[in-house]
Each structure stands twice: as structure tokens, then as C-alpha cells.
Design a binder for this molecule. Sequence first.
Ligand code: ACO
Length: 340
Amino acid sequence: MIGNATSNGHVSITGIGTQAPERVLTNDELARMVDTSDEWIMERTGIRERRVAAPDEAMSDLALPASVEALEQAGVKASDLDLIVVATVTPDMLFPSTGAILADRLGAKDAAAYDLSAGCTGFVYAIAQAHGMVASGLADQALVVGGDVLSRIVDWTDRSTCVLFGDGAGAVVLERVPEGGFLGFELGADGSGGPQLYIPAGGSRQPASAESVAARQHFAKMNGREVFKFATRVLVDSAEKVLDECDVSVEDVDVYVPHQANVRIIEHARKKLGIPGDRTVVNVDRFGNTSSGSIPLALGDASADGRLVPGEMVLMTGMGAGLTWGSALIEWTANGKGGH
Ligand code: ACO
């Protein structure tokens, strides 16, 4: 799916909030848990440390403070929200949705609220969906949360995956604005690649049983080399397609926010696209791959560093389980200027 986003007026991000658990897990600590080393992890992934949720910390516990911060920045009251979309593959529980739990905790009594599952691309899918509802006039104020507590689905005995992932969440408020905002989206899915990154059990195909638990079938399995090839291809393809659709040249991209999976993947994509390193946001070294939390956490970092300036062109591209991918191009606008 590809489209220009301005035909029904302008919609933008008017507030950002982030939340990561306090607990930092270093590479050296991982090297005491599995057969790995700080040197291997740094060289192959660029990840130095990641955050890990406390035993009583679930997805909605990360989503709540991130959402409160985003709403405050936007100057929007939770009770005025029309829509809450939570992009995650690690909801508090299968149902009710984390969106509904979050709506209740925020006091967003008039909001439609649900979860969206698109792997690490979830946040980009969710902003595209919320954008459509706000642009059409169905919603005036939407809250989109992207986040995951991957530490709960990572196999901590599998060195090929456990070194890569971390926990974190980010939230954004979407509203109509007089000008600027989202210019276009490109989203896709290739389900034939599903077995490259999946959790075998716990769904209707293979419900939880003593056998499935004993066989560690409730943990994420990944074919790292295949996902690496896919990631390096789609990050470039998807970005080029959305830029082309919006008639924006890559030289005009001021801030590039790719999915934070691995420094090697990010470096490959930005070089192939021709985006300078100083225009690329990288925080995978501090957070690891936080799935749907990755892009909003990186946006939050860029915002805190003063890198998100109104008028600048921001390109985001995600990719992940599904396999899925998605890009969004936005001309940044000021916080809290929601045209209301
Ligand atoms: N420590 C030490 N050695 C390790 C580790 C580790 N943590 N993990 C694997 N190795 C070993 C392997 O066993 C292998 O040994 P062998 O040669 O004796 O067989 C060797 O290191 C090389 O393994 P490769 O898989 O070839 O290593 P590669 O350079 O490809 O890096 C990595 C692996 C980092 C997983 C890479 O393939 C990658 O980043 N893939 C993409 C992962 C990704 O981004 N996934 C998320 C997608 S988004 C989402 O939705 C979650």
C-alpha cells in the first residue's frame, strides 16, 4: 500500500512521550548467562546495553507514562481522545487489548481503543491507520503507542536472539494541523516470510500445553541471516518508494529514523539511500531492538536532542515480523499546535 497523505488536509504529530524500564542489562551480564561476549555483540550488532522490565511491569505500565507525556506535550486531555491504537506483540494479555486497558488507566472514556499486531513495523502501521481516521474527520485527537516487553518472549538460553532485544515504549498524539505533517506512507507485508521470525505456540494453531512449554515453543524463534537480508532490502526499497510517491528527494531528508534492530542494518540502509550519518538517529546501542517501541523511542531521543525542528523532513522506516515493513514521511510541525 502506498499513498500521498495530504489529499484530506494535514495531520501531524503534536506530542511525543517515551518510557523505558529502569533496569539496564549490559553485554557483560549477558556473557555470564549465555556463551557470548561484549566484543561479539558490539561488533555484530552495535548494541551495548538494553532495558529489561521489572517482573511486575507489563506493556500498559510502559504505555501509560509515555502516553501521559505525549498528551501533556500536545496539550490534549485524555478525556478528549477519540482513538487509542497500541502497536505491540507483547500485550498485557491476549485480551482485553492493552489499548482498552490503557484507555481506562488514562481516563479516555470517549476513545475507541484496540491493539495492532505488525511486529516491529507496528508503530508505522498504527500511525498510518490513525492518520486515516484523523484526516477523514472520524477522529480529532488520536493517541498511538508503540512498544514491547520483548524480555517476556525472548529465550534467555538462546544466544542468537537474546542479545538483540530490549523493552521500551513511545507514544505520539496525532491531530489535524494547518500545514505540514504527514506527506505519505508505504506499507507492506510478505506472509511467506513469517517462519523467519515467529512464536510457534500460544495461539489457536498450537495452544499452550505442558509439552509446548517444555519445548520452549512460547519464545521467539528467528532465522537471523534471512531477517538480516530482508531488513537491508526493505529499509531501502520502502524509503525510496515513499520519497518517490511524495516527490521528495533523499537529499531533502533532514532526520532519518530507521527501525533500531542492528547498527549494521542501519548503516547499510543509510549508505545505500545516501543519507549522511549525522542525519540518522541511532539509539540501538542503548536500547537494543524494542520492536514497536523502536521508532517512537528514537523519535523521543531526537526530540530531546532538539533535532526535530518544524519544517524539517523526517523519514521513518520500520520492518519486522510478518514479515512486514512500512515507511512514513512527515514534515515536522511544532508540538501542541493541534489546530484546536
Ligand atoms: N555470541 C557469540 N556468537 C554468536 C552469538 C552470540 N550472541 N549469536 C550467534 N553466534 C555465532 C553463531 O553461532 C555463528 O557461529 P558459527 O559460525 O560457528 O555457526 C556465528 O556467531 C555467526 O553467526 P551469524 O548468524 O552468521 O552472525 P551474523 O553476523 O549474521 O549476526 C545477527 C547475527 C546479529 C542475529 C544478524 O543476523 C542480524 O542482526 N539479523 C537480523 C536480526 C533482526 O534484526 N531481527 C529483528 C527483526 S525486527 C522484529 O520484528 C523483531
